[in-house]
Ligand binder design. Structure first.
Ligand code: ATP
Length: 760
């Protein structure tokens, strides 16, 4: 081979030389993403993980590598290998494949035309099968248009291999719109692989996947990454999720769009271990960037980096406590145990403020949803309830949600979780025919009892799900999106009462930093990122009053409170951004926050949160959990080098709360794939089996999932860790009721009577 050609063959796939990136033109230094970046992605041998606290920054980094942003100077980005014969002179658009899983990119074209289409058995001519989607046959006039998009033949070896690797064989004939979220993700990765890319950028590929699928997908990606012909794999990951040990390098990003380190996993770990409050402060002093924050305090970006470091270290050592202050709490609990004091609840609470042990009995208010033998089938294929519960007359799922209960619905991908929530919200057409009671009534009229209408059900339910996210109108402004919670449909104009209006404004203020991060923040406000603005203003006013000693402090606080109520739209808190910014302009995480707020704001009888927290950063999840359980009566305080701590807010203490806590009149049903996404208030769980493989299991928790990994492992039927508090309780230190209370003892008297009749 000619020496120049050989040199080119060894050339990197992507070369960035002192490049800065911009979202729009003209570039200004303050808007640069990853300024002065120099790195090379080789053609062979390396696979990278991209980590960092902010999901937006991670996404931006992958999109930067994929070439989606403007580059300055223009020649700072090049693709030397693609210009060679070996690189087959390929177009970067095909050779580099980006797969992102946000609502717009993730589901367009895959989710059908309307929300409930997914649950229908009827098939239209335009409902393309997964096979069609993978092979590029998604035009009705295929002969004319399809010719341009024939990427792969279904009989090819490549097709068979990819379909097998991603376990899609059984789904090939299904319409793509009917696939579950996890199945859709696998399909999108398969589609990208079928283009035979040289580099595959996967943005949060493990989000929303169950434990087994994550492991399987990780193995598949490892095979790809190590294969001679396989693409370079670049994954964005959260530091608290599965970290594949086959990654050759990790890119650690900071929240201000910079690359902090680019090294092997071992070296990055070393760097992470060396990150401490002192080292970060020293680093800042060394770089001369003091002045942004006060000398001895970490900025919020630094605090997040520290938290990230801790998360990552504990993720790589499974079984250890994941959160810094949990270790301290464990020590305290152990000391108490050893000194014979027994286990004290004091000092150990979940991130959203729930104690380690909850001794309250499970509430049994009026039944809101009653499923008595629910079995969902499409043709011959039973996807939910393909089992017979002990002592039940009919096959299927027997499940009741009462007022005041907090349920977690779990199970592997495709086990029917979303089907259950669609039945409850009545978006599922089979909700008419199945034995389900909604608020004591059926969907169809029965003798002496009128039917309950779709609208009556919707009025009493608050709902957020990936399906709703995909279909939510993008042109609604942030305020309209929130107001639409009070309307029959997202596009109907609601009638908003003055109290509802105040609640909407208070919610927008509470989440202003998350929904509109680009609002100019002062250094101090940045520090208070996770403290609601209204709290700051209120606190500041009280502090001023104290300092000036104008009047006695209490009296002053009372006056302030009154003036706050009179003039709630305070001049220095301007919410006009919420009238201008549209849902579509928000980041993926911010859209999820808004849909979550929309689900809870009208204080419905049942709140259903289906994967509502996936795609959010850990701090945001904590904030949403706290808001869900406590409304604005609690807030998060950012303590230097600590996890933010929940505390009783001034607004709550002064009695001017606009969003009250989750009430005993309301029920909560959440679906989550990850431990950290389960709110601290969840006390009952149901775990669905893979279709056709066993019965749904149910149980009761006596504290937040987050505070004891074994609670999570029990739900998933995994072996328990010996070291956890859970085991210490089991060894008999804890007095009183047995650890797992018998779920069946919690049935309604009617259900119990029914059961008793069946027992011979
Ligand atoms: N209209 C339909 N026709 C045939 N099968 C369907 C239809 N709708 C859903 N399914 C199948 O029903 C099963 C359950 O889907 P569902 O979305 O409820 O699962 P899930 O537990 O929520 O999964 P994930 O965790 O991936 O979101 C899946 O295997 C899905 O492919």
């Amino acid at each position: 081979m000619h020496s120049t050609a050989r040199l080119l063959a060894q050339s990197p796939l992507i070369r960035l030389a002192n490049a800065s990136f911009y979202r729009s033109y003209p570039p200004t230094p303050s808007t640069a993403l990853f300024p002065n970046l120099t790195l090379e992605l080789p053609v062979h041998g390396e696979s990278w993980g991209v980590i960092g606290a902010s999901s937006n920054v991670r996404t931006d980094f992958l999109r930067t590598l994929h070439g989606q942003f403007l580059v300055d100077p223009p020649n700072a980005r090049s693709y030397p290998y693609l210009a060679t014969q070996e690189g087959k002179l390929r177009n970067p658009n095909v050779a580099l494949q980006y797969v992102g899983f946000d609502a717009e990119r993730g589901t367009s074209g895959l989710r059908g035309a309307y929300l409930s289409q997914r649950y229908e058995s009827k098939r239209d001519i335009g409902d393309f099968s997964l096979r069609d989607y993978l092979t590029g046959h998604t035009e009705l006039n295929d002969v004319i248009f399809g010719a341009y998009d024939k990427t792969v033949e279904p009989s090819s070896v490549l097709f068979a291999q990819v379909v097998e690797d991603l376990k899609l064989q059984r789904l090939l004939d299904m319409p793509v719109a009917n696939l579950s979220n996890g199945q859709t993700r696998r399909s999108r990765i398969a589609k990208a692989l079928l283009a035979e890319p040289l580099a595959l950028f996967l943005d949060s590929p493990f989000m929303g996947l169950d434990v087994h699928t994550v492991e399987h997908l990780s193995d598949v990606l490892q095979l790809l990454a190590h294969g001679v012909e396989g693409p370079r794999v670049v994954l964005s990951l959260r530091t608290d999720e599965h970290m594949p040990n086959w990654l050759s390098k990790l890119v650690l990003l900071t929240n201000d769009h910079r690359v902090r380190s680019f090294n092997t996993i071992a070296e990055t770990m070393k760097d992470m271990r060396s990150i401490s409050e002192t080292s970060l402060l020293a680093e800042r002093a060394g770089s001369g960037s003091l002045g942004e924050t006060s000398k001895g305090q970490l900025s919020s970006a630094e605090t997040q980096l520290l938290e990230d470091a801790r998360n990552m270290i504990s993720t790589l050592n499974p079984g250890t406590w994941k959160i810094y202050n949990k270790a301290a709490a464990l020590k305290l609990a152990q000391r108490n145990l050893e000194s014979g004091k027994g286990l004290s609840n004091k000092g150990m609470s979940s991130k959203d403020g729930f104690l380690l042990i909850d001794s309250h009995p499970i509430p049994e208010g009026e039944p809101l949803i009653e499923m008595e033998g629910v079995r969902v089938a499409y043709g011959d294929r039973v996807v939910l309830g393909n089992w017979k519960e002990e002592n039940q007359q009919t096959d299927g799922l027997w499940w009741t949600v009462h007022r005041g209960q907090r349920w977690g619905v779990f199970g592997p991908n495709g086990s029917g979780k979303t089907t259950i929530t669609a039945l409850i919200s009545s978006d599922h057409p089979q909700s008419y025919s199945l034995p389900i009671k909604f608020f004591g009534r059926n969907r169809l009229p029965s003798p002496g009892q009128p039917a309950i209408s779709f609208w009556d059900i919707q009025k009493r339910i608050g709902f957020s799900s990936p399906e709703l996210h995909a279909f939510f109108p993008k042109h609604l402004t942030v305020r309209q999106a929130l107001e639409s919670a009070f309307a029959d449909t997202p596009l109907t104009r609601p009638h908003i009462t003055p109290t509802q209006d105040l609640a909407i404004s208070a919610t927008l203020r509470w989440f202003q930093n998350d929904l509109c991060p680009e609002l100019g923040r002062t250094a101090q406000q940045t520090e208070e990122l996770h403290r609601p603005i209204v709290e700051d203003v209120f606190r500041q006013a009280i502090e001023n009053a104290k300092r000036k000693r104008e009047v006695r402090f209490r009296e002053r606080a009372r006056l302030l409170r009154d003036s706050f109520i009179e003039d709630e739209v305070m001049s220095n808190i301007n919410l006009s951004w919420a009238l201008e910014k549209t849902f579509g302009q928000l980041s993926f995480g911010a859209q999820r926050i808004l849909l979550f707020l929309r689900a809870i704001i009208k204080r419905p009888d049942i709140i259903i949160l289906d994967e509502a927290f996936s795609g959010m950063d850990p701090f945001t999840v904590q904030k949403c959990h706290t808001f869900l359980a406590h409304g604005d009566t609690m807030a998060l305080r950012l303590a230097p080098a600590r996890m933010p701590l929940p505390y009783s807010s001034d607004v709550g203490r002064c009695g001017i709360s606009r969003i009250p806590p989750l009430s005993p009149e309301q029920a909560l049903v959440i679906i989550a794939h990850r431990e950290m996404e389960v709110p601290g208030c969840v006390r009952q769980w149901i775990c669905l089996p893979e279709p056709g493989e066993g019965v749904a299991r149910t149980g009761v928790l006596d504290g937040p999932v987050e505070l004891d990994t074994n609670r999570w492992r029990t739900i998933w039927n995994l072996p328990l860790y010996e070291t956890s508090l859970h085991m210490q309780h089991r060894r008999g230190t804890r007095k009183g009721k047995s650890w797992f209370m018998d779920f069946y003892a919690r049935r309604t008297p009617e259900q119990q009577a029914k059961r008793n009749q069946q027992i011979p």
